[in-house]
Design a protein around this ligand. Structure first.
Ligand SMILES: [Zn+2]
Length: 306
């Protein structure tokens, strides 16, 4: 009988594991297990492990972030060290390909840009966002997408969509709501709103009158998520909401739980979406997750018709 390979746990490990790692009294078995997971993350070039440790290579004298694109050295030639300072202290130099010293700076740049998008009503352009954190636009775009799972523009549109939903519920007219949400004018608003609201803006204001909504609850890495769709688009994607709250939001709509087959399809779409970098604020990670799922559902209209 062939022995199965050891089970691996994806990064990030829990905070408790991280705290344990620094304890001098950790058992050898614990250290071996941690190193096995670190090696596994390194082999998979797991970006979620970046910032958790660095990999020092004895044969070249350099250290890398876990996701470095370079070829993997042999296991016996590497050491796992807690951070860049420890690696430099041990005489290693930073890799020029993966720039391991940049992990913290990159994360801070993305977090700063997210805070800026969150605070502004108009969607900031990429050049402004990038120069605000000291990066070239193209590079920053890639960095942001990698960390958040969506582009800066997509993230900003997700924020605007959330503001639109709130404004439609509180403003006295659709026109007032669209300006309140940060649209420059009605054309873009109407172009986007059908799919993003799953109904006409006027219907949304009239408590969902005439809309047929299907909902389901799904487990995600960021908590339970309410998914509500109509044949036109995505009516509602929200954490911390359930079918009761959906019914309260749309008392004039026809609301039904999704059929098992439709649910399975939704869950399948959802399972392809990775959460944003764990270093980002929870609210931003949820916004990014919702936007990634919303895009996937809008791209796959078959999901919505079932
Ligand atoms: Zn490297």
């Amino acid at each position: 009988m062939i022995a199965s390979p050891p089970a691996t746990t994806p990064w990030p490990v829990s905070d408790k594991d991280e705290a344990d790692r620094s304890q001098a009294d950790r058992s050898q078995a614990d250290r071996d297990e941690w190193e096995a997971r670190a090696w596994d993350a390194f082999c998979r070039r797991d970006r979620a492990a970046d910032g958790r440790f660095v990999v020092a290579v004895d044969t070249t004298g350099i250290y890398c972030r876990p996701s470095c694109p370079a070829r993997r050295p042999r296991r016996e030639n590497i050491r796992f060290l807690p951070d860049p300072a420890a690696a430099r202290g041990a005489g290693y130099r930073p890799c020029l390909r993966c720039l391991p010293d940049q992990v913290a700076r990159d994360r801070q740049a993305v977090a700063t840009a997210i805070a800026r998008i969150d605070a502004e009503e108009a969607i900031p352009d990429l050049a402004t966002l990038a120069s605000g954190v000291g990066y070239a636009p193209h590079h920053f775009h890639r960095l942001f997408k990698r960390a958040a799972g969506v582009t800066p523009a997509a993230y900003a549109r997700a924020r605007r969509a959330a503001r639109t939903a709130d404004a439609l519920a509180s403003e006295t007219s659709v026109t007032r709501a669209l300006y309140e949400a940060g649209y420059a004018g009605p054309s873009r608003f109407y172009a986007e709103s059908d799919q993003r609201l799953g109904m006409l803006p006027g219907q949304w204001r009239r408590s969902g009158a005439g809309a047929a909504i299907h909902w389901t609850m799904a487990e995600t890495p960021l908590g339970p998520l309410l998914i509500a769709t109509t044949p036109r688009g995505v009516a509602r994607l929200a954490f911390d909401e359930d079918a009761t709250m959906l019914a309260a939001r749309f008392p004039a709509a026809t609301i039904r739980e999704a059929e098992p087959q439709a649910r399975e399809h939704l869950v399948d779409q959802l399972s392809r979406i990775g959460p944003a970098d764990a270093s980002l604020p929870d609210a931003a990670r949820r916004t990014a997750f919702i936007e990634a799922l919303s895009r996937a559902l809008r791209a796959d209209r078959g999901t919505l018709r079932t």
